[in-house]
Design a protein around this ligand. Structure first.
Ligand SMILES: Nc1ncnc2c1ncn2[C@@H]1O[C@H](COP(=O)(O)OP(=O)(O)OP(=O)(O)O)[C@@H](O)[C@H]1O
Length: 334
């Protein structure tokens, strides 16, 4: 595999990492853990890598940040250096950080000692070391627990320390492998907020998680992996979010047949009745004009409606649709 550092104008001007046809097989495995994956990571954006257990997310991250060498394919990094271009290895060491799934710190040391140790590896200047330490402690809200032994911290604080160590070298590109796994919802939200701040500062994030709501909140682009292959690549930038389908759900004391017929004729042909019983009706609405017609019908008989919910097609739906499609194409192939 080739990993090249390109001057930015050789890549698409917004791209920071471009990978083409990456493939990797672990020794002794007879299958590819990553199979011909191509992707483009834009500067300052967050790319989400999602997929079921064993889909190849961690392996893909390891390939992209140079921890593993692919058998085939190529990774191009835009030159991250301001002045003279660096080798890809030097570029990765200086500008790229990986926050792994496992805890990557010394349990016997305190938070401060851990950070001091890792900062000293990449920054020889004592004054700068101190600044980086304070910055990492503040950014990850660890100042008040800085003297505590890492081993004694809660899961949420251990995750923050993992992130603080990676951030302490002020990276431009940050790979995060399930950074919120196994922690409570409040700690999880704190970490998502921190990642939002990093994005706002212009950092490029590559993020894997099984928490699809986090992915939806943070990511601009998503790549869905299954058995090493990229089975869907989705741009969920604002534009696309607006175009996502609207789901409309009615709950009523009783939904009668003529009401359902009226709604269906208003919504037809693009709308689809998912389910109906006497109390519950779910419609997929294709556009705003359909929605207006439906709301007109509903407003004529509001008395029977107990509640009505709008839900945009979420990333969960995209995930399940893409996954369902690959499963059904496998069934056809069998
Ligand atoms: N060190 C290894 N040696 C052999 N096979 C491995 C190794 N690491 C991963 N694999 C295999 O490669 C495939 C992809 O694994 P990987 O850990 O990249 O998936 P993942 O999507 O990150 O999974 P998870 O969501 O469970 O973390 C799996 O079939 C896994 O068993």
């Amino acid at each position: 595999m080739d990993i090249n550092v390109q001057s930015e104008n050789k890549l698409n001007h917004t791209s920071i990492i471009h990978a083409k046809d990456l493939s990797f097989k672990y020794p002794n495995n007879d299958y590819y853990s990553v199979n011909k994956v191509s992707l483009d990571i834009k500067r300052g954006q967050c790319l989400g890598i999602i997929g079921p257990n064993g889909a190849g997310k961690s392996t893909l991250i390891s390939l992209l940040c140079g921890l593993l060498k692919a058998e085939q394919g190529q990774v191009d990094f835009a030159s991250l250096a301001d002045e003279k271009p660096l080798s890809w290895q030097a570029s990765i060491e200086k500008y790229v950080a990986l926050i792994p799934q496992e805890y990557a710190f010394y349990p016997e040391l305190s938070i401060k000692q851990n950070l001091e140790y890792f900062i000293a590896i990449s920054e020889p200047n004592r004054k700068k070391q101190k600044q980086l330490l304070e910055q990492a402690l503040n950014q990850c809200q660890l100042t008040h627990v800085a003297k505590q032994k890492a081993d004694s911290l809660s899961g949420g604080y251990k995750r923050r320390l993992n992130i603080a160590i990676a951030l302490s070298k002020s990276p431009e590109v940050i790979f995060l492998d399930e950074p919120t796994v196994g922690i409570d919802p409040v700690s999880r939200q704190d970490i998502v907020d921190l990642l939002e701040q990093l994005k706002a500062q212009g950092k490029t994030l590559i993020y894997t998680s099984h928490m699809l709501n986090e992915v939806e909140q943070l990511c601009d682009d998503i790549i869905l992996l299954e058995q090493g292959k990229a089975i869907a690549v989705t741009d969920i930038s604002n534009n696309q979010r607006q175009n996502m389908q609207i789901n409309l759900e009615f709950f009523a004391d009783k939904i009668n047949a003529s009401f359902i017929a009226q709604l269906n004729s208003a919504a037809s042909p693009a709308s689809e009745k998912d389910s109906s019983n006497e109390q519950h009706l779910r419609l997929k609405v294709a556009d705003i004009s359909q929605l207006q017609q439906i709301m007109q019908i509903v407003s004529q008989d509001m008395s029977s409606i107990k509640s009505l919910h709008f839900a945009q097609n979420s990333i969960d739906q995209l995930y399940f649709d893409a996954y369902k499609n690959t499963q059904s194409s496998k069934d056809v192939a069998c």
